[in-house]
Design a protein around this ligand. Structure first.
Ligand code: OAD
Length: 257
């Protein structure tokens, strides 16, 4: 078990209001590829940046929908890893709030309270025309199918509205309320953990700086250096599913499952 750096353990011991900002690296050990991992199989010839856009949807809705169905099937088949579970079993004397850039539901399935999905959620389906949420049946299709027609919106005239995933596409504005909740959560924390994000996408990547500006210590957990490393109080070269359980175990009693 990776030893926990003493200065990190000390900050975690003292913390009572912890906000955790997670990125795709948080779900990597659950087998969910990170955003910048190479695409595999049928999708290896596509670049996510070319699929996760309003233009791609307008140009070839069935292709984009099939790609998201594959991602949803992948997330459904995945399980929360030891890192997700460690955050959900942090000692009860501290309040842990999760702000995630991830569109999967692995934190929720591990039992954590997610206060903001700043880039939306895969299964927050909604109509691409009237914007109404859609909670009807969605056929998740099957692997190897490159195009799949999304369900029609039950509220729009036939042929008008189509159901889309509730994720933020490149070029789309982020939903305001989740980001405002995220800003509040980092500002009134007494410790911020940044786990598994390259810090390449703003404004989410500005959250650690907001914490530092508010005098809140920021600990990065990432096997690699990132653009955020320089602004973190400490940066621990470990992974989510190794570092977080080691940290929570080291916090001792009260952190049981
Ligand atoms: P990236 O794929 O950009 O970065 C993943 C980060 O996780 C990298 O810094 C890796 O070093 C790190 N990592 C990999 N394996 C890890 C592990 N086992 N434990 C901990 N860290 C690990 O993913 P994000 O930073 O989340 O936005 O990408 C941010 C945003 O870029 C995404 O939310 C998406 C994309 O544009 C939208 O979809 C709007």
């Amino acid at each position: 078990m990776a030893g926990v750096p003493s200065e990190i353990l000390e900050l975690a011991r003292r913390a009572r209001r912890i906000t955790v900002l997670t990125g795709a690296g948080m779900s990597a050990e659950s087998g969910v590829p990170t955003f910048r991992d190479a695409q595999t199989g049928l999708w290896s010839r596509y670049n996510p940046e070319d699929l996760a856009t309003p233009d791609a949807w307008a140009r070839d809705r069935d292709l984009v929908w099939a790609w998201y169905l594959g991602r949803i099937r992948g997330v459904r088949a995945a399980r929360p890893n030891a890192g997700h579970r460690a955050l959900a079993r942090w000692p009860q004397h501290a309040h842990v709030r999760i702000v995630t850039q991830n569109v999967d539901d692995l934190h929720e399935r591990a039992g954590s309270e997610v206060i903001a999905h700043v880039h939306g959620a895969l299964v927050a389906f909604r109509c691409d025309t009237c914007d109404r949420p859609f909670d009807g049946e969605v056929d998740l299709g099957s692997d190897g199918v490159e195009r799949y027609p999304p369900p029609p919106c039950p509220h729009c005239p036939p042929g008008r509205g189509h159901i889309r995933p509730g994720v933020v596409w490149f070029g789309e504005a982020m939903p305001v309320e989740p980001f405002e909740r995220a800003v509040d959560a980092v500002r009134d924390a007494d410790l911020v953990l940044v786990v598994g994000t390259s810090g390449m996408v703003y404004p989410a990547a500005s959250l650690p700086d907001l914490a530092r500006a508010a005098g809140v210590p920021v600990i990065e957990i990432n096997p690699s250096e990132t653009g955020l490393t320089w602004s973190c109080t400490h940066s621990w070269r470990t992974t989510a599913a190794v570092g977080l359980p080691a940290l929570v175990d080291a916090l001792g009693p009260g952190s049981g499952d």
